[in-house]
Design a protein around this ligand. Structure first.
Ligand code: SAH
Length: 288
């Protein structure tokens, strides 16, 4: 059962996305994750294309095969869910804490003629209530940072995989430690936590240890901080457009706080405190 602390965090995350999602969709579209701007962040592509490229690059990097039953953990408005459903002809379940996101995602699935095999639920990834081994791909694109218990998050994702299935985690990380984080680094992280309702983040090496402990095999990690470097500047520019400014005012203080923290994200990545981490691996055959 979720702890009281998780329940209030989850409620805050749900509210944050309920209030900010329409504005994001209006300005950015259906993908609520970083763009991939070439390995060194120098490719001149549109921001939308960069977000699609992110999905494709992650799939290529993780050597995913052809999954047929996919769980999209922290699905937003189903940007990845629908993309993966179409690409692989797969069944997809997307879960989010935001009822507004689930509704928008269902409408998008309906419009794409995919509602027969793509479903969206409001569920907690730490207590999802699915049967073990229900999926052959568990995909988490920028939701891990919101999870209050990282070991339980990783264990649950791997538990839901069938043997031979693949786990893909792409998430906001802090730099690898040691050396231990300094006071000023913690201060910056704390500003980000408050603005985006994150309990805490860890390094990609910390995730590797968790995945190893959970029995994941063929683990591979990467740091794509360079590839995403132009992203927060693009968010910053888009936040200054008249449409955004009007929308920000309408969406309320939580969303405004998020917009203000764009500069924290830019500083965090520039100083190397924030890192864009990836982890993939497979569940061993014969494991349960
Ligand atoms: N993966 C999507 C959305 C990323 S935004 C995309 O790339 O477009 C982060 C998402 O994580 C939101 O949908 C939020 O509701 C979800 N999330 C955060 N914590 C969660 C939890 N404990 N359980 C389920 N979803 C969660």
């Amino acid at each position: 059962m979720p702890t009281t602390h998780n329940a209030s965090l989850n409620a805050a995350i749900g509210r944050f996305y309920d209030q900010s999602t329409d504005l994001w969709m209006d300005v950015w579209g259906e993908h609520m994750h970083h763009g991939y701007y070439g390995p060194e962040g120098k490719a001149e592509v549109s921001d939308y294309q960069a977000q699609i490229d992110m999905i494709e690059e992650v799939l290529a990097w993780s050597d995913v095969g052809t999954p047929k039953r996919i769980l999209d953990v922290g699905c937003g408005v189903g940007g990845s869910s629908l993309y993966l459903a179409e690409k692989f002809g797969a069944e997809v379940v997307g879960i989010t804490l935001s009822p507004v996101q689930a509704e928008r995602a269902r409408a998008r699935a309906e419009a794409a003629g995919l509602s027969g095999r793509v479903r969206f639920d409001v569920r907690d990834a730490l207590d999802p209530g699915f049967e073990a081994e229900s999926f052959d791909l568990v995909w988490s694109l920028e939701s891990g940072e919101h999870m209050p218990e990282k070991p339980r998050f990783i264990n649950t994702c791997i538990d839901l995989l069938e043997p031979g299935g693949r786990f893909i985690l792409v998430t906001w990380c802090h730099r690898v430690t040691p050396p231990v984080l300094t006071g000023s680094e913690y201060k910056l992280l704390d500003q980000m936590y408050r603005a985006y309702h994150l309990p805490y983040i860890v390094s990609i090496e910390d995730y590797r240890v968790l995945a190893e402990n959970a029995g994941l095999d063929e683990i591979k990690t990467a740091d794509w901080s360079e590839a995403i470097a132009p992203f927060w500047w693009a968010v910053f520019r888009s936040a200054l457009s008249p449409k955004s400014v009007a929308g920000l005012i309408r969406s309320g203080p939580g969303t405004l706080k998020g917009a203000w923290a764009i500069n924290t994200m830019i500083r965090g990545f520039r100083r190397g405190i924030l890192r864009y981490g990836l982890l993939t691996g497979t569940k061993p055959e014969g494991a349960s």
